[in-house]
Design a protein around this ligand. Sequence first.
Ligand code: MN
Length: 193
Amino acid sequence: MVYKLPPLPYPYDALEPFIDKETMFIHHTKHHQAYVDNLNKTLSSYPFLANENLEKLLENIVKLDIPEDDKTNIKNYGGGHINHSFFWKIMSPQKQMDKLLIKRIKKVFSSLEKFKEMFTKVAMSHFGSGWAWLVEDKEGNLVVYSTPNQDSPLLRSDRPLIGIDLWEHAYYLKYRASRIDYINAWWNVFKFF
Ligand code: MN
């Protein structure tokens, strides 16, 4: 199959003033589009992968019998596609409280504030480009960690529940070098609480 850039579920300026229109536009039409294009280009050499589900492909990438540099390309571009598709969906100008997620977070981290503090600390101590995640692991535990580059939690068979893009392209135009201001602002557009 040929992957396509999914439309944003809201206009480019919908997350203003927290995430600015220009950042959203470039992030979606240039960065995400490039991951999609490069993923398609990489997969075009492997017709036998054409109908493989992308999530399954990432989960099983180590077992795949193709050259290492193409595995890396699938990990990077496939991860980039899947991470960004997820990221657009968990942001919104309107809150849609996820009571179950809130309950689970409170149970593990004692309060939403404590959770945000811990998550922010992980995001802030991540060096360079990458993502910070809240995931559910195979045993059903909630875990917070960060990953480099476009590495998806699916590579570890973890299911992402919350993910924040820590690449400078996600915030540099508005927040310049201040990752902390971006993260603090980002909670305002996080959809589920
Ligand atoms: Mn990004």
